[in-house]
Design a protein around this ligand. Structure first.
Ligand code: DAH
Length: 356
């Protein structure tokens, strides 16, 4: 091979070796094999040569082109692999990293209680349904058999939203999660079992009432659903939630517009010591009943074909009882010391088989 070709080979090989990234590599490639690359220029010059000379030179040039093409390709692959390797190292997420020695933060007892309720009812085949905090007056009251001027409406100290011009529906901050019953019956085909944990609002503020609080609604609709199912379901829930297999539970007849019959549910406790399950007193913990035929009909379900039971409970109330939290207002004060005391481990989710 003539000297100039050997020099070109050495030049290109050393430039390739020195190319540290794909951009430098591409500059060598274009400078060699590109339209005005050095090798391309030599190949073009062949045309002007005498046939004899061209033959010899042509063979050498072709060999050089093959060699350099291969060298450029393999350097390109090596650089690409190195770039990928560097990215993998730089972007590595070590999922095996241990948590910090001291876990930061804690799960708020309201979130925890919701997780526990979801775990318990989840094991009974319930799924979680959701609805909006800003609810129509119809979903919050009328469809639940509480029409305008019904006395039960005044119990709720409702926050009404200002009317929207052109919008012919009254809107409220939902006073109860019961509207989700309506939304579920309208959007799903029975049979179903749902719970709806969520925020609710009433214009009420003192040591035992907050303008914003949480409820967990429950609804079961199916064929042949009876009061016996309601009782079994709620007794089981309360005993697991409070971790007391023999917790006394009492059903007391009551009134809600959307259920018939309606029952309030009490658990045994001691007024003197505050102990759940012990003592001679009763404490009301939730409301329940068989879904009123009119509510089923409002949602297009034939009450002769479908039956259901429903219940609603205050999440703060249950969390206070379970954790011995004395003051409702403390839930919302964002006091980090309080949260450290009553909060739970964020790395230990509510699992039924561990006892919630
Ligand atoms: N919505 C009721 C309240 O806020 C609670 C309730 C009672 C819900 C009975 C129900 C029920 O679904 O059946 O006081």
């Amino acid at each position: 091979m003539s000297d100039d070709l050997e020099i070109l080979r050495q030049d290109v090989l050393s430039e390739l070796a020195g190319a540290a990234d794909m951009r430098a590599w591409d500059a060598v490639r274009v400078g060699t094999l590109g339209k005005s690359g050095r090798l391309t220029a030599l190949l073009k010059a062949l045309g002007k040569m005498e046939p004899e000379e061209r033959k010899v030179r042509g063979v050498a040039l072709n060999r050089l082109r093959d060699d350099l093409t291969r060298a450029i390709e393999s350097r390109g692959q090596a650089l690409e692999a190195a770039a990928l390797e560097a990215r993998l190292v730089a972007e590595r997420v070590d999922v095996t990293l241990p948590p910090p020695a001291q876990v930061q933060g804690a799960i708020h007892p309201i979130s925890r209680a919701m997780e526990e309720m979801t775990a318990i009812f989840g094991a009974m085949g319930f799924s979680v349904a959701e609805g909006p905090d800003i609810e129509t007056d119809w979903h919050n009251f009328s469809a639940l058999n509480t029409p305008a001027h019904h006395p039960a409406r005044t119990d709720h100290d409702t926050f009404y939203l200002p009317p929207v011009p052109g919008l012919d529906v009254a809107r409220v901050l939902r006073t109860q999660t019961s509207g989700v019953q309506i939304r579920t019956m309208l959007s799903q085909k029975p049979p179903f079992r749902v719970i709806c944990p969520g925020r609710t609002y009433r214009a009420d503020h003192d040591a035992t009432h907050s303008p914003m609080f949480h409820q967990c609604e429950g609804l079961v609709v199916g064929k042949g659903v009876t009061l016996g199912h309601l009782k079994g379901c709620l007794i089981e829930f309360l005993r697991v939630f409070f971790d007391k297999p023999d917790l006394p539970v009492r059903f007391r007849s009551s009134y809600f517009p959307f259920t018939e019959p309606s029952m309030e549910v009490d658990i045994g406790w001691s007024r003197r010591t505050g102990e759940i399950g012990g003592g001679e007193d009763w404490l009301e913990v939730l409301g329940s009943g068989m879904v009123h035929a009119r509510v089923l009909a409002n949602c297009g379900l034939d009450p002769r074909e479908w039956q259901g039971f429903a219940f609603g409970m205050g999440i703060e109330r249950l969390a206070m009882l379970k954790n011995g939290i004395p003051d409702l207002r403390s839930f919302y004060e964002s006091d980090i010391r309080w949260l450290r005391h009553y909060g739970s481990d964020p790395l230990a989710p509510a699992l039924l088989h561990e006892g919630v």
